[in-house]
Design a binder for this molecule. Structure first.
Ligand code: ATP
Ligand code: MG
Length: 568
């Protein structure tokens, strides 16, 4: 098993109590020094950033020991809602994050026979029985936190009768709900989960892998610990809501002679501001068409974030930084975005694109001529290399970079003002050309031919630098400006309205279909990431073609939300 390391992150990570614990145990030589973990997704949706935290945690925990390994186990015991599309996407996402489970890919459904045999074994030992009460009767009989449970009328069935009924349940003789198999533990236990929990129920539905082989399916509380034990898992890491199930988990695995006996350890799940995370809610966003699919770049799914331009390193770094604790909380999405900016800043070539073009004509530049310029892809890091740009008589600049009546401290272009076209030249604006409606259609400028490359020969200082693209060389492209999907910190706060989709940010996507791109941007492949200077980080979308490049905005250079929040 291999997993990438993020050196940059290691110093400032929040505490991770699971790593601390496992390191101690590994030092003491427990588990023969071999840590085995598993990531156990249910294939009923795409993975999200919360799963990414769990994946990172499981793989890095296993890495603590040299021969450690992390299994990928599809927890497909629930026949409904599961789909091979999800299985594929999960594999793809874990791999993309940078983790490798080697040959250790498993399906809980592969254990159906073995789980059945273990259940028969428990029946033989008087530790499980077939109950023929209705589910309501069973529920009532289990009592609650205040009221102890009572033994039901079928609890003392003979082993023979139980074996017979259970095998006929498997054989399909009975209707759904006619019988269930229950562990025989203690109906008076203080722990409600130990009051003879269900192990099997009859479900006459096809399973995406086992088809119609089975009409009884094991419950999660039985299948999960047993699957862990079958695989030799040492640490079964799960989220806090399973803490109540821990004694039951231990009960099942300790009734067989497994070595090692797996142990469940719970940690607080990740919650993020401005995000919903549960698969159920994400599915609703997809099905109701609020987004274009599971991989819509606004989705907190791994597939969506990938399409948005997130890097695996940024996600891993984020997961390390937030640490692992047992206290539930909500993490500021700004932290995730910060990790992303850090990584993109270090890895993205700087390029130029104009999103809202305004034509600028350099009147003293002969038509048809061009000047070749050398432009570095990252001025502070020569290893990025450089490309050639061409200055021509007509160029596009950003509409926002011109102000007819400039405010104070406006260093960009305005009538009579001089500005630098990045890497190219100093230009002065002489005249503004408008149409009949009064809209600006063109700027007339002159350039200082002694400023080739961008600096004045006489040493005069020009503060403003703007980006530009040669009109003769520009490639038209589509740019999708994505922003946060929700405009409230907690979209699930139903103080005003229970429908979280009402809190979708109406400007979370703006499509610009006539952006002007520097030529090199047309030939980049999907998922290549760049910075558009002064505008943000962008990534090539899979929809992109040579004829029509499509870029997604990953994130702006600065956190505009933080600024907004400060103002408010
Ligand atoms: P959801 O509630 O989003 O549907 P789930 O827990 O049902 O998630 P599973 O496929 O069962 O999804 O989860 C696989 C693993 O990922 C489990 O170990 C689960 O605890 C973990 N996990 C799920 N959501 C989070 C989260 N927000 N933070 C950390 N781990 C998570
Ligand atoms: Mg689940």
């Amino acid at each position: 098993m291999k997993a990438p390391k993020d050196n940059a992150a290691s110093q400032e990570n929040a505490p991770n109590f699971i790593h601390e614990l496992v390191k101690r145990e590994a030092q003491e030589g427990m588990y023969g020094g071999v840590i085995v973990t598993r990531f156990p997704p249910e294939p009923n949706g795409y993975l999200h950033i919360g799963h990414a935290k769990s994946i990172c945690l499981n793989f890095t925990t296993a890495q603590i020991s040299d021969r450690g390994r992390c299994h990928l186990r599809f927890d497909d015991t629930n026949p409904e809602a599961e789909d091979t599309e999800y299985v594929e996407s999960i594999r793809e996402d874990v791999r993309w994050l940078g983790f490798d489970w080697g040959s250790h890919e498993y399906f809980a459904s592969d254990y159906f026979e073995r789980l059945y045999e273990c259940a028969v074994d428990l029946i033989r030992r008087g530790l499980a029985y077939v109950d023929s009460q209705s589910l309501e009767e069973i529920r009532a009989g289990r009592g609650d936190f205040y009221k102890p449970g009572v033994n039901g009328p079928f609890r003392e069935r003979s082993v023979e009768e139980n074996l017979d009924l259970f095998s006929r349940m498997r054989g399909g003789e009975f209707d759904e709900g006619a019988h269930v198999l229950r562990a025989k533990i203690d109906m008076a236990s203080k722990d409600v989960n130990l009051r003879d929990p269900l192990m099997y129920r009859i479900r006459k539905v096809s399973h995406h892998r086992t088809g119609d082989d089975w009409c009884i399916y094991p419950m999660y509380d039985y299948a999960h610990p047993m699957s862990d034990a079958f695989e030799g898992i040492t640490h079964s890491i799960c989220t806090l809501e399973f803490a109540h199930h821990n004694p039951l988990y231990q009960w099942f695995v300790s009734h067989f002679d497994f070595d090692p006996i797996p142990r469940q350890i719970e940690f607080a799940r990740l919650n993020l501001t401005f995000t919903v995370m549960s698969k159920r809610l994400l599915k609703r966003l997809v099905e109701q068409g609020h987004v274009s699919g599971w991989d819509d770049p606004r989705m907190p799914t791994i597939a969506g974030m990938r399409r948005r331009g997130y890097t695996p390193a940024a996600l891993r770094r984020f997961a390390e930084r937030i640490g692992v604790s047992r206290r539930d909380g909500i993490v500021d999405v700004g932290l995730l975005e910060h990790a992303l900016r850090e990584d993109l800043n270090a890895t993205s070539p700087r390029t130029m694109a104009v999103l809202r073009p305004l034509k600028l004509v350099i009147e003293n530049f002969p038509d048809g001529e061009e000047i070749e310029l050398d432009a570095p892809y990252n001025p502070s890091d020569p290893s990025f290399g450089s490309r050639k740009l061409h200055l021509t008589r007509k160029v596009y600049i950003e509409r926002d970079d011109f102000m007819e009546q400039p405010m104070k401290k406006w260093f960009r272009l305005a009538p009579g003002k001089e500005v630098r076209l990045r890497y190219a030249a100093l230009v002065v604006c002489n005249r503004v050309v408008k149409n009949d409606a009064g809209d600006i259609v063109e700027l007339r400028c002159t350039w200082d031919p002694a400023s080739k490359g961008g600096n004045a020969a006489d040493g005069r200082k020009v503060r403003g630098t703007i980006h530009w693209v040669s009109a003769a060389h520009a490639v038209d492209g589509e740019v999708r400006l994505y922003d946060r999907l929700f405009n409230e910190e907690n979209p699930l706060d139903d103080a005003h309205d229970a429908d979280f989709t009402k809190r979708i940010n109406p400007t979370s996507l703006e499509v610009i279909d006539d952006a002007k791109l520097e030529p090199g941007l047309a030939v980049r492949a999907p998922e290549e990431r760049v910075q558009f200077e002064r505008l943000g980080y962008f990534v090539v979308d899979p929809d992109s073609t040579l004829e029509r490049p499509v870029y997604n905005r990953t994130i702006q250079l600065k956190d505009s939300w933080a600024k907004l929040a400060k103002k408010a």
